[in-house]
Structure formats: structure tokens, C-alpha cells
Design a protein around this ligand. Sequence first.
Ligand code: SAH
Length: 354
Amino acid sequence: MEKEKEKKDIRRLSAEQLARFLKEIGEAPFRAKQIQEWLWQKSVKTFDEMTNLSIKTRELLEQHFVINQIAVDKMQRSTDGTIKNAVQLYDGKVVESVLIPTDTRITACISSQVGCSLDCHFCATARLKRMRNLNPDEIYDQVVAIREQAEEFFDRPLSNIVLMGMGEPLLNYQNVLTAIDKITSPKGLGMAARRITLSTVGIPKMIKKMADDQVRFNLAVSLHSAIDEVRSQLMPINNTNSLEDLKEALLYWYAHTQRKITFEYVVWKGINDTERDVRALIKFCKAIPSKVNLIEYNPIDDGPYQQADPEALQMYIDMLERHCVTVNVRRSRGKDIDAACGQLANKELTSIRE
Ligand code: SAH
């Protein structure tokens, strides 16, 4: 058992490392391709299933490596069809992923970190603190699990992926990019990058890096306020990364990718529900090719953050529309099972803090 722990996860080897290992054991280089296919495209769980390799090679792989697995520990189904998975990682830590069905789409909402370091005051995940980054295979495997559930429960293919679960994807940049590469590769899941959306608090430096790296997926930014003092109160990241810096990075993104940004925005009672807040949002949106998703808030406790009155929401919609800013209202899904946005860190999960 002790020895098991020392073995390296084969999916964490670089192409060169795998090639070197195959050379050491006297295997032909083309075996690397076969092994990669088994590991990613076919998602096998054991070396034994790699039936086009010799038994000897399978045994050698087994002696040197493990294939770490995620396990869907607990699956809950909401009355609206939403499925929430508590996903156990190889080291016992838990993240959550959610399947969200609509008439036209089946979306997987996946996590990128265990916990989060960013401390947005309204978010449940923030209370867990960050414990570790997910590895590329752990991000990938969440998609595989939801893809299977889409087939099993809905008889429909998974159509979209949003990185809106636990964690800040841009603080686990390399692993997230590697996972997306595999998800979009024909040697992986072959999904279209334009059906993937990465959601971030908005880290200007990393947004520019993504643009430089010519990523092909969509970008969503959790804005919540276009007034610095208000946003800094909600999201401490704004203290060191102002809205002006964010705007500059988003313009850079648009110039390089030609893809509009989606702003995620919750309207809270007494916090950002005045006309002044809407005006600032309109000004911000006018400067950046974008649209706004107004998200229904899921209260995580009875603290200061509560959903604004319907009149305030209507004021946002009316004013934004009057100024030709595209706006959608996103109703909450999976509320009865705590699968709703920002609520992934439910009662059970808080126990992983220890
Ligand atoms: N760190 C990334 C992705 C995870 S949060 C980000 O900040 O975008 C995904 C989205 O859920 C963000 O827009 C976040 O602001 C929002 N969110 C967090 N808690 C929420 C809650 N209780 N109700 C509604 N949305 C919430």
C-alpha cells in the first residue's frame, strides 16, 4: 500500500517522460500513442484494459505507475433535472461538479481547485480556503463523468462546459489549459472550444496571457459592480486589480480574440441596487464588447448578501436594454440540492476544511 503512494500518475508524465520510459523498457515509440489513447480518449481505469499492449508491458506500467481516478461519491438529482456530483479525488479531497440540462443544452459546470483563495465575500467556496489545484486529469475526468450522465439520464450528448465550479481557473492556469487541450483534442473528447466558457474573477495579467496564448474558448468575468469601491467590498481581488486594469486587459483580449466577454452580475439588496450602479455598469459595458448575465443569488447564510428586490432587477434590465447592452437573466438551477452557483461548498464539504 505504501508503495502504491510512491508511484507516479501516468497521466502526469510529459510526452518526453513517457517516451523515455518506453525506451528504457525496450518498447517501440509508437506505443506512446496507444497508451495516450487508452488514458484519455477511452478513459480506461486500469493498465489491464490496454489490450493492444503486451502483457509484459502492461505489467511494467502497472509496476511503475498508477492511473489516479476520481470517484463520484454522491450524486443528487434536483427536481429540475440538475445533477450534482460530489467528486472524490485520489487523496480524499472533494470537489463538486454539476450537470445542468436545458431544452437546448446539457452543460457541465466543473471545478478547477479544491477550495479557493480569493475570498469573495458572497461565495460559499471562499469559506473553504484554497487547498490545492486540480490536476489536468481531475478536471478532464469531471467532464467525462458528466458526459456519461448526460447519455445515461438524458440520452443526449454533453454540449457545453463552464469552468464555474469551485476555484479560480486563472490561478491554476497551466493545468486548466492542459485539461481544455485534452477536452478539445480529437485524441481526447473532441469537444469544440467555442462551447467552453472559463469564468474568472478577472485577473488582468492572466487575461492578457490567455489572449497571447490564443485560446479559443469563451471568457466570462464575475463583475458584480462597475464601481471600484463597491467591487472591492465584494471581491478583495479588486483592491489590487482595479476596474481600469480589468478594462484594459479585456480590450486586449477582444483585440486578440474577437470574442465578446460575458459579465456575470448579481444584484444584491442595498449593495449594488441603485441607479448609480446601473449607470456605471452601462458605461463599463459600452467601453468593452460584452453582454451581461444577471445571475440570481443563492444566499449562503442570512448575512448582508441577499437577492435584490424584483423592482431593482427590472430597473437593471430596462436601463441596460435602453442603452442597447445585451442582458440575460439567469435563473438559479438545482436549488433544492444546493447545486446552485456558488453553493457548491455545502454542509458535507465544509468538513473537508479539517
Ligand atoms: N472563480 C471563478 C469561477 C467560480 S465562481 C469566478 O469567480 O468567476 C462562478 C460564479 O458564481 C461567479 O460569477 C461567482 O461570482 C458566482 N457566485 C458565487 N457565489 C454565488 C452565489 N451564492 N450565488 C450566485 N452566484 C454566485
